[in-house]
Write a protein that binds this ligand. Structure first.
Ligand code: MF3
Ligand code: CO
Length: 253
């Protein structure tokens, strides 16, 4: 069941989104050589709490941290720990914050120094695929039109879209209906209507789309060991252009 949001709920989601986006930007600044992923997580936790919000991921289904930090061949759900970042690493930061019961959810991939040109292209294509997708996040289209656009763009650029994990509705729960796949035929799934809030989150592999979950039960890595990227924002469907809710300052990262 898709929950359409009232004006009151949308106002709360804007605030949750602003805090979440600020936490993502802050984590991105901390992505530097010599820091551990646990140190970044602690900083993100304290940042969210300092804003009066709740770190949504912490204890979600037993998840042990306030953000996911996924390095290089790790696609999503990397658990912060003792790993020390080094020059050339890429780090996908995924973070959620809850404000007065409403959730913001966003992610982006950051770099330590300058990665290989092909890795830089992977990051840019992943980010752009989100914008290609949300060109269809409008009344008159259906959910699968978003994923069809994401997949088309990613594959035109020679990369692969992961199938096992998808975007989702967001609201008073981090995961609400509908599912928002990053692939598929157009014209399928629920019709988009104003008041829907969804997380659109392309997960893109440089090599094959195949993934596996590590023994920690969380970390999702590419099977071929090649790099992977993630980009996500929570958006609101309106009568016109979609509104990106996970923004702070100058706009989306
Ligand atoms: N942003 C993610 C999602 O959309 C991450 C949630 S991971 C968990 O599903 F740590 F919270 F479990
Ligand atoms: Co999400």
């Amino acid at each position: 069941m898709i929950k359409l949001k009232s004006q009151r709920e949308i106002a709360l989601m804007r605030k949750a989104g602003e805090i979440t986006a600020a936490a993502r930007a802050y984590a991105g600044k901390l992505v530097t050589a010599g820091i551990t992923t646990r140190e970044i997580d602690k900083a993100v936790h304290d940042f969210i709490v300092s804003k009066g919000a709740v770190p949504t991921f912490l204890n979600y289904s037993g998840y042990p941290a306030s953000c996911c930090l996924s390095v290089n061949e790790e696609l999503i759900h990397g658990i912060p720990g003792r790993r020390v970042l080094k020059d050339g690493d890429i780090v996908s930061v995924d973070v959620g914050a809850t404000w007065h019961g409403y959730v913001g959810d966003c992610a982006a991939t950051f770099t330590v120094g300058e990665p290989d040109p092909e890795v830089r292209r992977l990051i840019e294509v992943t980010r752009q695929s989100f914008f290609e997708g949300i060109a269809y996040a409008r009344e008159g289209y259906r959910i699968s039109d978003i994923g069809h656009a994401v997949q088309t763009y990613v594959e035109q650029n020679g990369f692969s879209v992961v199938r096992e994990y998808v975007g989702h509705g967001v609201g008073s729960a981090m995961h609400e209906d509908p599912e928002v796949p990053n692939y598929g035929r157009p014209g399928r799934g629920p019709r988009l209507v104003r008041g829907m809030t969804i997380a659109v989150e392309p997960m893109v592999n440089m090599g094959s789309a195949a993934i596996r979950v590590l023994d920690d039960g969380w970390t999702v890595v590419t099977q071929d060991g090649k790099p992977a990227c993630h980009y996500e924002n929570t958006i609101l469907i309106t009568s016109g252009d979609p509104e990106i809710l996970t923004v702070c300052g100058d706009g989306p990262i």
